[in-house]
Design a protein around this ligand. Structure first.
Ligand code: PDD
Length: 285
């Protein structure tokens, strides 16, 4: 099916949507993005994604392409025009079109603003039932991973290295500790039942699903500590899991060839997933 995508104020068939070869998103990865899940035609955690977009734009001095209300309206229009029931909306803002120059173009340069939908067939994938196998790789990304930029080459390379090893995904390791996954936040459940994940800072993306999981875990009276962990600690944990707008909460059952717990998705990850989805769907807009 030919999708309808949004490009700089217009809704167009994907085959007719164009951005310039001089766009700074293309030439310099001078751009930020968001991914918002859609379930039952409704947007999951939209206010959080919009707030993080504002923060990313602000950190890079990128101009804002629209108000929050306009951004919501575009999301809804795309969901409706593409009859999207399950999937996500991808949003990207670049510093716009200008002759190639390392210096930013003049401030009046209009940003490029692109959104499109991507459908998925099921919430419960085989991976969720089986659990993910991850491989560790050194974290060679830049030092501002809290800004959601489109500089995704190294995460793509890490994903490919994981696949080369026959695994599902990679976890980044820096100074002996796990930062996060290629496109998700990483967690373990320690032997005393505490959920542990790295604290927010410049070294990880401030996941919107992570924030929601914190709330849900609180409601379930599960203990959470924001503290980094090593690969050895993860391998010796009771459970491990990841979160993202695409994966929601997905169990991790193997790390660098070692089974986590009994090698099957753990009860806390499964409870969190169910509780997160229930709350997120109830609050979807
Ligand atoms: N990725 N960490 C990284 C490096 C990410 O790229 C993502 C999201 C997350 C989780 O953030 P959130 O819960 O807000 O989705 C953590 C998106 C889904 C992507 O790139 O497709």
């Amino acid at each position: 099916m030919t999708r309808i995508v949004y490009v700089n104020g217009a809704y167009r068939p994907e085959t007719e949507a164009k951005v310039s070869v001089f766009d700074r998103g293309f030439l310099f990865a001078d751009a930020v993005y968001e991914v918002t899940a859609v379930i039952g035609g409704k947007l999951i955690d939209f206010p959080g994604h919009c707030a993080r977009l504002r923060r990313s734009l602000g950190e890079l001095g990128l101009p804002s392409p629209a108000t929050d209300e306009e951004i919501l309206a575009i999301h809804r229009e795309l969901v409706s025009r593409n009859a999207l029931d399950l999937g996500h909306v991808y949003l990207m803002v670049t510093r716009g079109e200008a002759d190639r120059d390392f210096a930013f173009p003049k401030a009046e340069t209009p940003p490029s603003f692109v959104l499109f939908t991507q459908a998925r067939t099921a919430i419960e994938t085989p991976e969720v039932g089986r659990g993910l196998r991850v491989a560790s790789v050194p974290d060679l990304r830049w030092g501002r991973r809290d800004i959601k930029t489109v500089q995704l080459l190294y995460p793509s390379m890490a994903k490919m290295e994981a696949k080369r090893q026959g695994k599902d995904d990679a976890w980044f390791v820096e100074n002996g500790e796990v930062t996060e996954g290629t496109s998700n936040n990483a967690y373990i459940v320690t032997q005393d039942g505490t959920i542990r994940t790295r604290a927010l800072g410049h070294d990880i993306l401030h996941g919107i699903t992570r924030a929601a999981i914190m709330r849900v875990a609180g409601e379930l009276e599960l203990r959470i500590e924001e503290k980094p962990f090593t690969i050895a600690e993860a391998q010796g944990a009771r459970e491990a899991f990841i979160t993202s707008a695409g994966a929601f909460v997905t169990p991790v059952v193997e790390i660098d060839g070692a089974a986590v717990g009994d090698g099957r998705p753990g009860p806390i990850a499964r409870r969190l997933r169910a509780a997160y989805l229930e709350a997120a769907i109830a609050q979807a807009i």
